[in-house]
Design a protein around this ligand. Structure first.
Ligand SMILES: Cc1cc2nc3c(=O)[nH]c(=O)nc-3n(C[C@H](O)[C@H](O)[C@H](O)COP(=O)(O)O)c2cc1C
Length: 199
């Protein structure tokens, strides 16, 4: 791919939050996940794990795990009941409407040694796989959105879906063909976030 096109491709990825109901072929999901596995990782430990949800069956369990915690957290913050119920309804809608849901986990045992720094590297590596997954979806003409919900309900998510004990949920990706038009994004000027020390 010519350099300019590669940059245009990378810059044109956006978070997509509304989807057409069109199904995504299994081969496309497989290709996206395979590309995500090419992500760099500390010590090449490849700590990422993926949980793919397509059918309607497990969505209510997932939604309940996430929403019970969301309610508790919002109540603790003093949110109004109407505000809580609005957020809950919109979250359930998003979980129901996404053609494919991918939960990104890290395997907590995939560290060289159990130190804080190595654990951070395990999480950093997993997060990079999340970006690669979004870009791979973009390459397929799909939209996706990284959502942090499971971070607030890691154990509830793990047990609701009966995931392996060492898999720690980090994020949820809602993936589908876009029915969204994201607003233009305001970027911080490069000059305000970069220091050149070579002058
Ligand atoms: C770590 C992380 C957590 C995020 N959590 C959420 C979320 O909970 N809900 C949501 O709608 N978007 C979430 N996003 C998406 C961001 O809001 C989005 O990337 C940002 O606004 C920039 O927009 P863009 O992705 O279209 O460039 C998250 C993104 C990241 C990287």
């Amino acid at each position: 791919m010519p350099t300019d096109s590669a940059h245009d491709f990378l810059r044109s990825r956006r978070s997509i939050r509304r989807f057409k109901p069109d199904p995504i072929p299994d081969s496309v999901i497989e290709r996206i996940l395979t590309t995500a596995t090419y992500t760099p990782s500390a010590h090449n430990r490849q700590p990422w794990r993926f949980v793919v949800i397509k059918s309607a069956d497990v969505r209510p369990q997932l939604a309940k795990a996430l929403i019970d915690k969301m309610r508790l957290d919002m109540q603790a913050e003093g949110a109004l009941e109407t505000e809580i119920e609005k957020r809950v309804a919109s979250s359930i809608r998003r979980i129901d409407e996404a053609p494919v849901i991918i939960i990104l986990c890290r395997d907590v045992t995939d560290v060289r040694i159990n130190t804080p720094e190595e654990n951070i590297m395990n999480i950093q590596s997993t997060a990079l796989a999340g970006l690669q997954l979004l870009l791979a979806a973009h390459a397929e003409g799909l939209g996706g959105n990284w959502i942090c919900w499971p971070l607030y309900a890691q154990e509830a998510t793990r047990s609701a879906l009966d995931l392996p004990e060492t898999w720690e949920p980090q994020a949820i990706f809602l993936i589908g063909y876009s029915a969204d038009t994201p607003k233009e994004k305001q970027l911080k000027p490069l000059s305000s976030i970069t220091l050149y020390l070579n002058s």
